[in-house]
Design a protein around this ligand. Structure first.
Ligand SMILES: [Zn+2]
Length: 506
């Protein structure tokens, strides 16, 4: 009797919502469940937005969509821990470049830049109905700019910090997962550590975490990581170093030494992690090549270019005064102008201001491999929906193809855990990132022998191969390699209300 009542009730619940497709049964797959344990044979059943059965063998039920995943892996959908896939979402709500690389959740609002109020972002998501889920940080730079306006090239006053705290508090109440900063960029560049500590205290109340594009990714990287750790230590909040890298030759080969800073901090109780992308080249504004911001200084440019191996390693991606320069290296442009690279760089900065986009090759493969092997390192793309860096199209397939299959740097279940289970834990979202009964049905099915990224600098927008199906909240968004029209993505708000006073940090 009771069971029948519950059953009828469930029927009513489903009948009242949107007509949902019948369930999905994934058969004959190797299951890599996101926890890091080895693959095992399993069938997975999805009903509504949840995983309802995981067993050695399940028989199809009437009306159920059956996906034969023989020879493939079924894994939790990939979680991109540092993403710019919020930009351009209005034009591209199917987020196809993300879906095609197996991403089911993007964590945006990064590098200190978010929408504000955060509630507006979530309303936008509700209106756009994207294909994938989004979580967002509240951006320190955005908050700082809102409070200080154009007068930001200085330390904030106590009163300004109080106003910033109120904005961060509002963002956390709206459901942000934490505070992001971008301390190499304006206006975060001018903030003092104490300002960030004060804002971190607000995040602590809500059980959020602090993620930072740190002040220096070059020779000062270790000191910059220590600053991020300090902000976590003083607030008892987890820390995530964004897109961890050692971006100049003088610090190449020191990744293990750097990771020890993180390991030591963890032994002292600071839950620090990092995210990382699998490319030796970054994309940013041309001006970050000059740490001192002395853009007229020949010596500064000589050093900046020398540190990354020369002007041939700087590929211009967006140059407003003359789009014909896009896709050329600084060395090529200098040659065409009949000038040396330093003169050319100074001229281009004068002509275009700080907005010129570049892809610069400046990391060592050995460091990339050392980073990805660390259990403290999660995967991110740092990419956007339609960017000029291949990371926006191929990050997750590239990790599985290059670092798992080709280089054998890490085992497949470990790589998947870095993309799923450990990431969900960092986000404080226990209902995602793992394939188990009761979890949300975000799933990616791929062929580990065939998966491959294909984008290269200058020809970034190449779809990867080897991912056949992507399921978001129980709906198929990629079906046999083709985008469907389903747009089941959700706004993922940080769960719950403020932690009660005195409760331990996560
Ligand atoms: Zn960044």
């Amino acid at each position: 009797m009771t069971i029948r009542v519950i059953f009828l009730g469930l029927l009513l619940v489903f009948a009242q919502g949107n007509p949902r497709p019948p369930g999905i049964l994934i058969q004959h797959a190797q299951l890599i469940d996101g926890t890091g344990i080895p693959a095992r044979r399993a069938d997975v059943r999805v009903a509504g937005d949840a995983i309802v059965a995981v067993a050695d063998s399940l028989s199809p039920q009437s009306g159920e969509r059956v996906i034969d995943a023989a020879g493939k892996v079924v894994a939790p959908g990939f979680i991109d821990m540092h993403s710019h896939a919020d930009r351009g979402l209005d034009e591209m709500p199917d987020a196809s470049t993300q879906v095609l690389q197996g991403i089911t959740t993007a964590v945006v609002g990064q590098d200190g830049g978010s929408e504000l109020p955060i509630a507006d972002f979530f309303e936008r998501l509700a209106r756009l109905r994207p294909a994938i889920n989004y979580a967002t940080a509240v951006g320190h730079g955005t908050v700082r700019k809102a409070v200080m306006g154009g007068d930001y090239k200085r330390a904030a006053t106590a009163a300004e910090i109080e106003t910033m705290k109120a904005l961060v508090d509002r963002g956390m109440q709206d459901g942000a997962i934490g505070l992001s900063s971008g301390l190499e960029y304006d206006p975060g560049f001018y903030s003092k550590t104490d300002e960030l500590v004060a804002l971190g205290a607000v995040v602590a109340k809500y059980g959020g975490y602090y993620m930072s594009h740190v002040r220096n990714e070059n020779e000062g990287a270790f000191a910059a990581w220590r600053e991020a750790i300090e902000i976590g230590r003083r607030n008892h909040i987890p820390v995530e170093i964004s897109h961890i890298k050692l971006g100049v030759k003088p610090v190449w080969g020191r990744a293990a030494e750097g990771l020890k800073i993180l390991e030591d901090a963890r032994r002292e109780g600071v839950k620090v992690m990092a995210d990382w992308y699998p490319y030796t080249y970054w994309q940013s504004s041309m001006y970050v090549l000059i740490e001192t911001r002395d853009f007229e200084s020949r010596a500064a440019w000589e050093r900046g270019l020398n540190d990354i191996g020369g002007a041939g390693n700087v590929l211009i991606t967006s140059y407003r005064p003359d789009a014909s320069l896009n896709g050329k290296t600084l060395a090529e442009i200098a040659e065409a102008r009949g000038k040396d690279a330093v003169t050319t760089a100074i001229e281009m900065m004068r002509e275009a201001g700080p907005g010129t986009g570049v892809i610069a090759t400046s990391m060592s493969e050995d460091d990339l491999t050392t980073f990805v092997k660390s259990p403290l390192v999660l995967v991110c793309s740092d990419g956007s929906l339609t960017g000029r860096h291949p990371r926006g199209y191929g990050t997750f397939p590239r990790v599985l193809a290059r670092y798992v299959r080709d280089l054998e740097a890490i085992a497949l279940p470990d790589a998947v855990a870095k993309m799923t289970g450990r990431s969900a834990a960092q986000l404080g979202m226990p209902d995602r990132g793992v394939v188990a009964v009761g979890k949300k049905a975000d799933l990616t099915i791929f062929d580990p022998a065939a998966i491959q990224d294909r984008g290269v600098p200058g020809n970034a927008a190449q779809s990867p191969i080897g991912i056949s199906h992507v399921i978001v909240n129980g709906e198929i968004v990629l079906d046999n390699g083709r985008m469907t029209s389903a747009r089941p993505g959700r706004a993922l708000r940080r769960g719950g209300s403020p932690a009660p006073p005195g409760s331990p940090a996560r």
